[in-house]
Design a protein around this ligand. Structure first.
Ligand code: GDP
Length: 361
């Protein structure tokens, strides 16, 4: 396009894969996300992990620090992982990008003691339908009787510290889980035995509570994205931004705002954007792009800081006039170079598709 000459962007460079967390209630989705945020803060340099709006970015450097010997950062050229903060299959299935799943990959959390439960089955069906690659987090290994917790350690290191009795109890549960996956038509195995993650599901034993196995989970997610999704991650990061609305929220001083996950391109202050609305697409202009202010007091008004531009993949709050009728789950597209009418038509088509899909559910 035309106006991008003030900076030379690397068109076609790789964006961050978007990761969603699914699973049965109480199996540990929220704890897992909290732990990933918390341990990344602990292990990484200050500020290495970035809290976005509705999402958490964990850069490759932080993952490799956490994972130690598991990761050779030179094996990877993807910038890291972006976790969507709202877990659960409802948000997974309502958040779409171009009719597909917004998330590029998923973590299916299963309590090792409970095994498959109704919402595990539902999540599996959604993952099958959308063709989303996933790994299984076999959570709560620390509840195995006689477990000797190894905080934050890679799981195989932790397993070396467990009694034979504890190991065999855990293995029983894990084999049952692998059996359940096989009943669903997935060939699955302990992740360290999986050669081809496209045809086999890797099972990562872990504890969201003690953090053991989390380095392994992050490593497997990086490997999966790097090996099988590199093409999809090759986007024109300098192109017009495209995203999905997570939520429409009133914010003091800004009125109705959009919490958006941007999965393609760049959005800048002043850009014209088209957003899916209740009756028809809304055409408006970005007044401000907002990110959470690090360490902000929750009750202060200045919870956000303004940024001039945001690149995919990222979570961002967009403040703009006329957003009252915008809808969560709707597409957002930046108009740059293209004709406003053409982009509006595209958003209208995407909206129609989303409505058809959700009425099917
Ligand atoms: P969600 O409904 O899937 O988001 O589940 P939560 O993250 O809220 O977890 C449900 C309960 O299980 C909470 O009481 C957590 O503290 C507990 N929990 C989650 N992960 C672990 C774990 O790895 N070990 C243990 N012992 N408890 C866990």
């Amino acid at each position: 396009s035309d106006a991008d000459t003030e900076e030379t962007f690397d068109a076609g460079s790789l964006r961050t894969p978007i990761v969603a967390v699914l699973g049965h209630v109480d199996h540990g989705k929220t704890t897992l996300l909290d732990r990933i945020r918390g341990s990344a803060v602990q292990e990484g340099e200050a500020g290495a992990i970035t809290q976005h709006i509705g999402a958490t970015a964990v850069p490759l450097s932080t993952i490799s620090e956490m994972a130690g010997a598991l990761v050779d950062p030179t094996d990877f050229d993807l910038p890291g992982l972006l976790f969507i903060d709202t877990p659960g299959h409802h948000s997974f299935s309502t958040l779409r990008s171009r009719g597909g799943a917004l998330a590029d990959i998923a973590v299916l959390v299963v309590d090792v003691n409970d095994g498959f439960q109704p919402q595990t089955e539902e999540a599996i069906n959604i993952l099958k339908r959308t063709g989303t690659p996933f790994v299984v987090a076999a959570n709560k290994v620390d509840t195995t009787p006689g477990w000797n917790p190894q905080n934050g350690q890679p799981i195989q290191q932790s397993l070396e510290q467990q009694s034979e009795r504890a190991t065999s109890r855990l293995n029983e549960n894990l084999y049952e889980l692998i059996g359940d996956l096989s009943d669903e038509g997935f060939s699955a195995d302990f992740y360290w035995r999986v050669q081809d993650f496209q045809s086999n599901i890797g099972v990562v034993p872990l504890s969201a509570m003690t953090g053991e196995g989390i380095p392994d989970l992050l490593t497997v997610l990086m490997g999966l994205s790097q090996r099988y999704m590199k093409e999809e991650m090759s986007v024109d990061v300098a192109g017009p931004g495209v995203g999905t609305v997570l939520e429409v929220k009133d914010e003091q001083g800004f009125g109705a705002t959009l919490d958006v996950v941007l999965y393609d391109g760049v959005v800048r202050e002043g850009d014209t954007v088209v957003v899916g609305g209740r009756d028809e697409p809304i055409v408006t202009e970005v007044r401000a792009l907002l990110q959470p202010r690090p360490n902000a007091e929750i009750r202060t008004e200045k919870r956000f800081e303004r940024v001039e531009e945001v690149r995919a993949a990222a979570g961002v709050k967009i403040a703009a006039p006329d957003l009252d009728d915008a809808m969560s789950g709707a597409p957002v597209r930046v108009v740059r170079g293209d004709d406003v009418d053409a982009v509006t038509e595209e958003v209208r088509k995407e909206l129609a598709k989303i409505e058809v899909d959700t009425t099917e559910d």
